[in-house]
Design a protein around this ligand. Structure first.
Ligand SMILES: Cc1cc2nc3c(=O)[nH]c(=O)nc-3n(C[C@H](O)[C@H](O)[C@H](O)COP(=O)(O)O)c2cc1C
Length: 191
């Protein structure tokens, strides 16, 4: 797959097959973060890999899915849950633009997984205090995001953003995600 094809199809996925993510994909996710560009090459992003089924089960109730959809549409059911979570953590003792470094790491890790067919959902709506305790994250490390991973059981399509759609994603008749994106004309100006 070309990089552009990967960028088109690497969408957010929220329903998954109940099949473990293999170790080589976990290794790629970690490697993608390890190699990420970051300010002054300070490398402040850390990961906590949650892949044992009992640990994954404890994380499930601590993340919130698809704020634009009613829970019966957007929240995965028991047989649709992700099979791997990775916590993205910032070492706040390291100076720099940690938000930007974290964003690049999130992009790289989700792309690396998708290159092997593993879909993901970056999750910011998470119960940080409880997850911080559960995952044993200690100062000066700070939990920033959870990323859910698994083999998707639905598709996701880019659709034009119109006055009718606004920015909100929705499900089509196949329960596939439709994700409105602004046009190239709207987002770029050429001088
Ligand atoms: C910083 C960030 C936080 C997000 N938090 C959540 C979340 O808590 N729950 C969720 O279901 N999706 C979450 N998402 C996924 C977004 O809803 C999704 O990226 C957006 O709707 C666009 O879809 P796309 O990723 O397919 O382009 C988050 C994405 C990002 C980048």
């Amino acid at each position: 797959m070309s990089v552009m094809d990967t960028l088109v199809s690497r969408r957010t996925y929220r329903r998954f097959a109940q099949k473990a993510v293999p170790q080589d994909v976990v290794d790629d996710i970690v490697e993608a973060v390890r190699l990420s560009s970051c300010g002054a090459n300070r490398q402040a992003v850390r990961l906590v890999v949650v892949n044992k089924p009992e640990a994954v089960a404890k994380v499930q109730p601590l993340v919130k899915w698809a704020a634009y959809l009613p829970p019966e549409q957007g929240t995965p059911k028991a047989d649709e849950l992700p099979t791997l979570y990775v916590a993205v953590v910032q070492d706040t003792s390291i100076p720099g633009d940690l938000a930007t470094d974290t964003g690049i790491a999130l992009a790289n890790m989700t792309l690396a997984a998708w290159d092997k067919g593993v879909g993901s959902c970056i999750m910011g709506a998470i119960n940080k205090p409880v997850l911080t305790e559960l995952l044993g994250i200690e100062e000066p490390q700070k939990l920033a995001f959870m990323v859910a991973f698994g083999y998707p059981t639905h598709k996701a399509h880019i659709v034009p953003l119109t006055a009718e759609t606004g920015v909100k994603y929705y499900l089509d008749e196949n329960r596939d995600y439709c994700v409105p994106k602004r046009s190239k004309e709207e987002i770029a100006k050429y001088l």
